[in-house]
Design a protein around this ligand. Sequence first.
Ligand code: TRP
Length: 370
Amino acid sequence: MSEAQKQIILTGDRPTGRLHLGHYVGSLKRRVELQNSGKFDEINILIADDQALTDNADNPGKIRENIINVVLDYLSVGIDPEKTTICIQSALPALHALTFYYLNLVTTARLSRNPTVKAEIQMRGFADEGLPAGFFTYPVSQAADITAFDATVVPVGEDQLPMIEQTREIVEKFNKTYGETLVLPKAMIPENETQRRLPGVDGKAKMSKSLGNCIYLSDNAKTVKKQVNGKMFTDPQHLKIEDPGHTEGNVVFTYLDALCTDEHFSRYLPDYANLEEMKDHYRRGGLGDGTCKKFLIQVLEETLSPIREERAKWEKDIGAVYEIIQAGTARAVEKTNATLARVRQAMRINYFEDRSIIKEWEKMLKETGI
Ligand code: TRP
């Protein structure tokens, strides 16, 4: 395990749509901080197009389209291809081979217990329509992703904890069966509760394309304003400005919890030093929803406008974006092939590495005296 002592990050996204504010506060912002912390020897981001196909087999065009979209989102939030390797899952053949070996180390009973997959099966209607075997087993392919990069740290959202758990079990089983070969990874989830799961603008559990409750990183200022003013409810009992209001379950405050800093107050709303003071005023009564929304829009704009500008720059040179993922993928091919070689060596199925199988046979034949 030559890489075991190194600190290596692997994380990934399914390229099924443009990334939104929920992705930003829940993972992208953190990735950029981790990237710039200097604490990691290697950072890899995998665009999990094969995983995306497990529930989009009839629509590979959607995934093809969103590969560049997702990379544009990465680059525009500050993922730096000099520091972070961005690569494409389907172009890494080692991952397919590893998945095939790991499938033998998990039971179908264990796979059926994965709570995230269970919920997704319900959501996608697979319970009635029939469950694609590829979808059912994608946690195993995710274990291949993670172990192929020798990842020690996997920054993910809370819903991915069962995948990391399952990966750890596969690693332990592999190492026990074939000898110490794979690195045991750890999950890293966001500390801030609201950042873990930013609701949609309509207050529904999660931002989702089909609910139309997203703020996309690529949305223009007008669209953002429209989403906030048109779809965000505040406190239904807060009818007059003087009425006391609730900040809990109030989407405007949930977003402020996730996004605003004390500096935002000094810049845009100097009546308060921080969010606590603003919340106190709202609870006492006397603070209007219009003021709160206006402030939120300013905070959102300060967050999103540099991202938007950066995206516009990259959009002028899609060729350069293509070259970034091509170069990242080439590096990742090397890395993941090396892991596969180690795995085949441990399993002693690397027949053509050397000719030792011939010698073994010759020795055996001699010993048995034939
Ligand atoms: N399952 C992850 C998601 O839906 C995406 C993903 C694929 C991933 N491979 C990964 C995340 C490896 C972390 C590590 O968001």
